[in-house]
Design a protein around this ligand. Structure first.
Ligand SMILES: *[C@@H]1O[C@H](CO)[C@@H](O)[C@H](O)[C@H]1NC(C)=O
Ligand SMILES: *[C@@H]1O[C@H](CO)[C@@H](O)[C@H](O)[C@H]1NC(C)=O
Ligand SMILES: *[C@@H]1O[C@H](CO)[C@@H](O)[C@H](O)[C@H]1NC(C)=O
Length: 354
């Protein structure tokens, strides 16, 4: 099974590699300058005053989740929304990031930057690979069962009879988290993971004539260049997600959430909002009949931007404002429209300026 997947990925990566190269040549012919104006985003600090550590202090967690799920189902039945969303057709080979626990008859669709590492820990424990969800071992290397490994009959059985859930996150918060985690050096991850892609983005979008546009010279001279948040967002809203990835899984970290978990194709029983991650996760695990000793991790191993419980509220307000206020308003506007489907589908209130 793994061999098959690997072969598949290799072909895909080779294909993507060629596309990357050709497109990079095109970029050099077509370099766009962006003027940046600092802008004050009124109200944004209140808007972002939420974090994954929020609890609703005894509020009706189940009722809140139920309301969210029924809102999403309503959106799926809304012809206007459906037409606009244009869901891609799913082929048999395309259910790659949905984890299945046979033992606990549960299914989780993974969205990167939405607590996915914590959920891999939970599934590793559900499947008996770890004893404890607080375990910090290399959870990304644990072999877990994916829906795509199952044949059509079994897949149908699982999709009908198992408890199914996904986790969502406010899109502006999610893409900022992706940028900080993958492109900026930080504690526990000194080398930005997407360094090659970051260099390509900076080469494409930086307003600095000192940067050579020639890729060979650029690679030699610019080992440490990271794209600014604005450069990264410009790359995303330009629709280049699928054009210059350097690794097959990169775009998933900022790809629209509706395109990752097929919320209108899979009848999710629960949709967790990252804002209340721990509280809602434990509610869902309990509802799925998971024994009480298996619980969502207490966020001890989160990336820097989601650590430090003490001043988390302050950081969550200050950080997005700090980053987004430096981005050209036109790009922020384009970004909102890029994620409009997610805002509509999942019922996130739009950022205050929209
Ligand atoms: C889990 O704990 C048990 C007993 O405490 C131990 O025997 C076993 O090796 C542990 N398994 C793993 C995967 O750590
Ligand atoms: C699907 O997989 C299950 C479990 O491995 C197996 O029992 C079943 O025969 C398979 N069905 C088909 C149609 O291949
Ligand atoms: C769901 O489970 C029931 C009971 O085991 C079974 O009869 C039914 O065929 C399953 N549904 C699907 C689509 O496999």
């Amino acid at each position: 099974m793994h061999l098959f997947i690997n072969k598949y990925l290799c072909i895909f990566i080779l294909f993507v590699g060629n596309v990357v190269f050709i497109n990079f040549l095109l970029y050099k012919l077509n370099h766009v300058k962006i003027s940046s104006h600092a802008v004050k985003l009124d109200g944004i600090s209140d808007y972002f005053s939420t974090s994954c550590f929020m609890t609703s202090d005894g509020a009706d967690v189940g009722g809140r989740i139920k309301k969210r799920v029924s809102y999403i189902r309503g959106q799926c039945e809304n012809e206007a929304v459906k037409d606009r969303l244009q869901f891609s057709q799913i082929k048999n080979t395309e259910w790659p990031w949905i984890y299945v626990s046979r033992k606990h008859r549960t299914l989780y669709c993974q969205t990167p930057k939405v607590g996915s590492t914590n959920w891999l820990k939970v599934f590793s424990v559900l499947e008996g690979k770890f004893n404890d969800t607080e375990n910090s071992a290399q959870v990304h290397n644990v072999p877990l069962l994916l829906l795509s490994y199952l044949n059509a009959t079994e897949r149908e059985f699982v999709l009908t009879n198992y408890t199914k859930f996904m986790v969502i996150r406010e899109p502006f918060q999610r893409i900022l988290s992706a940028y900080r985690d993958k492109f900026l050096p930080h504690a526990g991850a000194g080398i930005p993971m997407f360094r090659n892609l970051g260099k390509k983005i900076a080469a494409r979008y930086r307003e600095d004539d000192a940067i050579p546009r020639d890729l060979k010279k650029y690679n030699k001279l610019a080992q440490k260049i990271t794209p600014s948040f604005q450069e990264f967002l410009q790359y995303v809203v330009d629709g280049n997600n699928y054009v210059i990835p350097t690794h097959y899984s990169e775009p998933r970290h900022w790809q629209r959430q509706i395109d990752l978990c097929y919320p209108c194709r899979i009848n999710y029983d629960y949709v967790i909002d990252m804002k209340y991650a721990e509280e809602e996760a434990n509610f869902v695990l309990k509802s799925a009949g998971v024994p009480p000793e298996i619980r969502y991790p207490k966020n001890l191993n989160l990336p820097l931007d989601e650590m430090s419980k003490g001043d988390i509220a302050k950081r969550y307000q200050a950080l997005p404002q700090q980053f987004y206020s430096k981005v050209n308003p036109k790009i922020v506007n384009d970004l909102y429209h890029y994620y409009k489907c997610d805002y509509d589908m999942f019922g996130f209130p739009p950022p205050p300026q929209f």
